[in-house]
Ligand binder design. Structure first.
Ligand code: BGC
Length: 739
């Protein structure tokens, strides 16, 4: 018997559960069907719904916060939370507060409907894993699933039922700090990761012990926020909506995501949180989603700020009728829905539909049977070995080696290493944004990891050099001195954890001048410099790149901190990460992304006159300590019918000295279409281990409907006969699609 069920049985034995349930019309029922765990969910929902009063229904579509809110972007909590509430954002690491509150809901309210406890478990709960942007550079969705499953287990043992994750907003602007929370610039890859995360959080069934309900966010287009600013408007045409922003959501919905969160942004004049088209026509009617949509924090009230509602009442009316089922935090549904329903402005069927969706998830999660969380000792449920092992594996695979001139890495011959920089001993910033209950003391700093890794092999000298920001250059001389005494410099620079994430917008994506200057100064020592970067967004490295002999992007790795980096530096880990997002040369190039449409003039025309038009590092960039040789793409036939499939393959041999994991990315291009298509689009990827001296065959089964089509402005799938190209690295083959 699992813990939640145990709690329920105990409650019954102690006589705490009401044995009768009153119907809305006042009559009583000995054994309400909705309490019968053997009855089908839909019948239980119907039964409960018909017993509910208008006020009880309205309470189910509200969410407040419970406990101390540690999110600095969101202030203000509701002082007294009524036990009839549909959901709370749960701010505690221990289940006691949950269980107390749940007891009130289950045992002291008329119908005993359990509360759903949500929390932002974005990249771990206490065991903080690499940020999602880093995870996407692993190109290992299976590992994403495993990491999310571990996060779910840890969070659920603390009393959480529902995570506001994954964040699957395709983003083309690194000034937008929330690029850290997503999976990069590609809609296909983001969709694959969305499904992987949903599978990890939710497991096989929502009711399984240790699973969380997932929430795809932010629906939709938030990543297109103009000029990278947070909370602002977006301008998204319907074809772009259908082909770029919606596909990851469709993938997440198909994977069974229980919920979605509406986004803050307006889309071409209609805020997502008031968009009937997005929430009702696309999500519920077209995709058949049966879970519910929660607003983002205060997003219903913000419809007033966004200029589409005069007051709270109108905001509630617009959001609710558009299909936004649950109101996070702004209390407007609770205040206004009863009257709006009574006046006939909100149809009762709409309210019933929203309540039905919320109840459905609660029944599917087994909350009616198992409302409580077993109270295990904290040390038995946090920072567990399996979670740490997976976090480390993920961090190893998400590191991207961006540059390695003269094979300076791995550091096999160095006997003295100068470890320099403000992040060399740091613990806090390596956690990244949205670190939930992560603690700096859990993080293994880079200096400790290096000392352990190189023990008996190399001496480590240390100098901080400078702080993360500011003007204090007094440590530069010591840093240069240390560099002179060493064979190689490992310089650890980057961003503070709050420099990315929500409400962390930058007009410049360079590192602070003091950090750039430290690199320039240290370089004067004449030793090879390995630049280690920890950051939550693509950076402008244009001034730093020429000075670094090697560049290792470790992102924000979470609790495992410097260990995976130490493995890369020593050669124990062969880097296998590849960028899921483009690194521009400068802010002036933004937006810049690989899946752009072709221009009217080719060659040198239309290019910047004063700078390069090419990015510094492209989508997919990433080096290894070994060499991979790609064969030609083998095509079984040159003509394919629309209804057929074909499997293409490419052989990759590892001709270098080390085992390595290589990701093959398959791109498709459609050079002539009714609607101009991107120059290339990722359609499949696979990562495999190839031992030194061996080869592997990578395959891609092309399904024309799925892989060669696009959507028109109405969202119809368009599949056109004609020539197509398949591309892997620099290999390209043409084939023809016929009717
Ligand atoms: C963020 C969401 C988050 C919510 C609850 C909002 O400010 O945009 O991503 O889930 O707060 O913390």
């Amino acid at each position: 018997m699992d813990s939640r069920r145990l709690g329920f049985v105990l409650g019954v034995v102690l006589g705490l559960c009401p044995s009768v349930a009153m119907q809305a019309d006042g009559s009583e029922d000995e054994k309400p069907l909705y309490k019968d765990a053997t009855a089908p969910v839909e019948r239980r929902v119907d039964d409960l719904l018909r017993r509910m009063t208008l006020e009880e229904k309205v309470m189910q579509v509200n969410q407040y916060s419970l406990g101390r809110n540690n999110n600095e972007n969101n202030a203000g909590a509701v002082a007294r939370v009524p036990a009839e509430i549909g959901s709370v954002i749960y701010y505690d690491q221990d289940p006691a507060l949950r269980n107390d509150f749940q007891r009130k809901a289950v045992e002291q309210t008329r119908l005993g409907i359990p509360v759903l406890f949500g929390h932002d478990v974005i990249h771990g709960f206490r065991t903080i894993t690499p940020i999602p942007l880093a995870q996407s550079c692993s190109w290992n969705p299976e590992l994403v699933t495993q990491v999310c499953a571990q996060s779910a287990l840890e969070a659920s043992r603390a009393g959480v039922d529902w995570t506001f994750s994954p964040m699957i907003d395709v983003a083309h602007d690194p000034r937008w700090g929330r690029v850290a929370e997503g999976y990069g610039e590609d809609p296909y890859a983001t969709g694959v990761y969305a499904a992987a995360a949903v599978r990890g959080y939710q497991g096989d069934t929502l009711s399984a012990e240790g699973s969380l309900a997932a929430c795809l966010k932010h629906f939709v287009g938030y990543g297109a926020s103009e000029a990278g600013r947070d909370y602002v408007y977006t301008e998204i045409s319907r074809p772009t909506m259908w082909n770029l922003y919606l596909p990851p959501y469709e993938a997440g919905v198909r994977a069974g995501a229980a919920t979605l969160m509406s986004s803050f942004n307006d889309v071409s004049g209609t805020p997502s949180s008031a968009s009937h088209f997005l929430m009702t026509e696309v999500l519920k009617e077209r995709w058949g989603h049966r879970g519910f949509v929660v607003s983002d924090w205060d997003a219903v009230r913000q419809l007033i700020n966004q200029g589409v509602a005069a007051d709270g009442r109108e905001a509630a009316l617009k959001a609710f009728n558009a299909g936004l089922d649950m109101d996070m935090m702004d209390d407007l549904y609770q205040r206004h829905l009863p009257d709006l329903v009574n006046k006939g402005l909100v149809p009762m069927e709409r309210l019933d539909d929203a309540v039905r969706r919320v109840l459905r998830i609660k029944f599917e999660m087994g909350l009616f049977e198992n409302p409580y969380t077993k109270e295990m000792k904290r040390e038995k449920r946090i920072l567990q070995p399996e979670g740490l092992r997976l976090a480390e594996q993920m961090a190893e695979q998400s590191i991207v080696l961006l540059k390695n001139e003269n094979a300076v890495l791995p550091l096999e011959r160095a006997s003295t290493i100068a470890l320099i920089g403000p992040l060399a001993k740091d613990t806090e910033n390596l956690l990244g944004s949205w670190f939930a209950y992560g603690e700096a003391k859990d993080v293994c700093p880079i200096d400790r990891a290096l000392s352990q890794e190189f023990e008996g092999r190399a001496d480590i000298l240390y100098a901080q050099g400078c702080g993360m920001e500011g003007d204090d250059r007094s440590g530069f001389a010591e840093a240069v001195g240390v560099a002179r005494r060493a064979d190689v410099v490992v310089l650890c620079l980057g961003e503070k954890r709050r420099w990315s994430g929500e409400n962390a917008v930058w007009g410049s994506i360079s590192l602070p001048e003091i950090q750039e200057d430290l690199l320039a100064e240290v370089k004067k020592a004449g030793k090879p410099v390995v630049l280690v970067l920890s950051n939550g967004r693509p950076l402008d490295l244009s001034r730093m790149e020429p000075l670094a002999d090697a560049i290792v992007e470790i992102w924000q790795p979470g609790v495992v901190g410097g260990k995976p980096l130490a493995g890369v530096l020593s050669g124990r880990v062969n880097p296998s990460g590849r960028l899921s997002v483009t690194f521009p040369r400068s802010v002036a190039q933004i937006p810049i992304y690989y899946n752009r449409r072709p221009a009217a003039r080719k060659g040198t025309q239309g290019r910047y006159l004063d700078m390069s038009s090419e990015p510094l590092y492209e989508f997919g960039a990433g080096l290894s300590f070994t060499t991979y040789d790609y064969g030609e793409i083998s095509l079984p036939k040159e003509t394919l019918r629309k209804g057929e499939e074909m499997t293409v393959e490419v052989r990759v041999s590892n001709s270098g000295p080390r085992d390595g994991m290589e990701t093959v990315m398959w791109f498709v291009s459609d050079p002539v279409a009714t609607l101009s298509r991107p120059v290339k689009e990722l359609k499949h990827f696979e990562k495999k281990l190839i031992k030194a001296g061996e080869e592997a065959v990578y395959r891609f089964t092309v399904n024309p409907q799925r892989d060669l089509s696009y959507r028109d402005a109405e969202g119809n799938l368009v599949l056109e006969a004609g020539d197509y190209y398949l591309q892997v690295k620099d290999k390209r083959v043409k084939f023809t699609l016929i009717d």
